[in-house]
Write a new protein. Structure first.
Length: 412
């Protein structure tokens, strides 16, 4: 807690004061032989608070299976050139030469290299669908970069030179997911400050209630003192926004949507001026179906791949025309997508990026918001704050004994 003066007290101060008071009153009742056992109140309060924090932590970690699935995409071991023993992928260093067998995933980001004893070819088939979302194989030549998690779809093994040891592009995706769950919203600092002032106010009200009811006996005054502390606990304020943020992030991760800025993205949803859609996996399924074929007498591979490349551009334009999108950019790499988003933001636009969560990582991180659950999550957050405030302002006077005249008395 950033404020430690007399005016500012942490939320746990109310919990400690109320449970300690209840426990002391319970001990007194026990030794005096009374039937009222306030000690159970202290145990119940601690249990409820612990349960709430456990639920919040459970929501925070509910996307762990999704994150673990991303982590398991990259092989944990790699085979170095001229080394029969596999090594850990995390120990690879820039300049190491790694052998990637056919149909195996690349264990790191690396550059294709030509080796004297290796076959020489102009085109190598690489499956980059994990990064690009495109099911069509990508043709690579010597010197091109292959990313960790992509698949060597060539018929023979490939040798790459490690360009960055220890970390890769998929690690950046995991960082984005984890960062989203740890960031605080713009509302959160305000709520923390309200909770700090409220704790001091409630402590003051509790002492006032104690002094007002002291003429009726110490037990009566202590009862209203403890009840005021318990009822007015501001934990609902402090936990409402984090809980809703964790829920929203977990739902997004489960649906394959990376939320970069947590609830800050939800709050910015009402100011969006530009929405950018990824095509494959978002507007289309990414699956290819053969609708017509014709057998030619001669196969010219470079010509066929040129035709396919032109077809991809046309498909993007056709999809955009079908749903009324005017601006179309085709065949962009993840870095180029990110550059487009950054350029739009420099023009003063508030950009929302809609992607499938894997191949659009750089663009998602560059955008203002990158999710689809903004409106529902924002409403839920405001609803949580409203009900927390209504609860505290309604029950606080009753806890202080305002309803005693009508026999409405709250006890711990």
């Amino acid at each position: 807690m950033r404020n430690t003066g007399l005016l500012y007290l942490p939320m746990d101060a109310l919990i400690a004061a109320s449970t300690t008071t209840s426990y002391i009153m319970g001990l007194k009742s026990y030794f005096l032989g009374k039937d009222v056992h306030y000690a159970t109140t202290a145990a119940t309060l601690i249990f409820v608070i612990s349960l709430g924090r456990y639920v919040g932590e459970m929501f925070r970690t509910s996307s762990a299976p999704t994150i673990a699935a991303f982590s398991n995409i990259v092989p944990s071991e790699a085979r170095l050139l001229h080394s029969p023993t596999p090594v850990s992928s995390h120990t690879l260093k820039p300049g190491d030469f790694v052998v990637v067998e056919a149909a195996h995933r690349f264990p790191c980001d690396g550059r294709l290299v030509a080796y004297p004893n290796q076959f020489q070819t102009l085109n190598l088939n690489i499956d980059e669908s994990i990064h690009t979302g495109e099911s069509i194989l990508v043709k690579k030549v010597w010197g091109d970069i292959c990313l960790a998690g992509t698949i060597n779809s060539h018929s023979q093994e490939i040798i790459i030179e490690v360009i960055e040891g220890g970390r890769n592009r998929l690690d950046q995706i995991l960082d984005a997911v984890l960062e989203a769950q740890l960031q605080k919203s713009d509302i959160q600092p305000w709520l923390d400050q309200v909770s700090e002032y409220m704790v001091s106010c409630v402590m003051f009200c509790a002492f006032i209630a104690f002094l007002v009811w002291l003429p009726d006996g110490f037990d009566t005054a202590a009862t209203f003192f403890s009840t005021t502390l318990i009822v007015a606990c501001p934990c609902a304020f402090g936990l409402s926004v984090p809980a809703m943020t964790m829920i929203a992030c977990s739902l997004g991760a489960a649906k394959g949507v990376v939320v970069r800025a947590g609830v800050q993205a939800f709050q910015k949803s009402s100011t969006v001026t530009t929405i950018v859609f990824d095509k494959t996996g978002t507007l289309t399924t990414g699956d290819i179906n053969v609708v017509h074929y014709k057998i030619h007498g001669r196969w010219e591979e470079p010509v066929w791949w040129q035709v396919i490349g032109e077809a991809e551009k046309q498909v993007a334009k056709e999809v955009a025309n079908a749903i009324g999108i005017q601006n179309v950019f085709a065949e962009l790499t993840p870095v180029q997508k990110s550059d487009k988003i950054k350029r739009l933001r420099k023009e003063g636009k508030v950009v929302a990026m809609i992607g499938d969560g894997i191949n659009d990582t750089a663009a998602l991180a560059a955008s203002d918001i990158a999710f689809t659950l903004a409106r529902n999550a924002n409403a839920a957050i405001k609803g949580s704050i409203f009900w927390a405030a209504l609860y505290n302002f309604t029950l606080l006077p009753l806890a202080m004994g305002a309803g005693a005249r009508w026999n409405i008395i709250m006890t711990p």
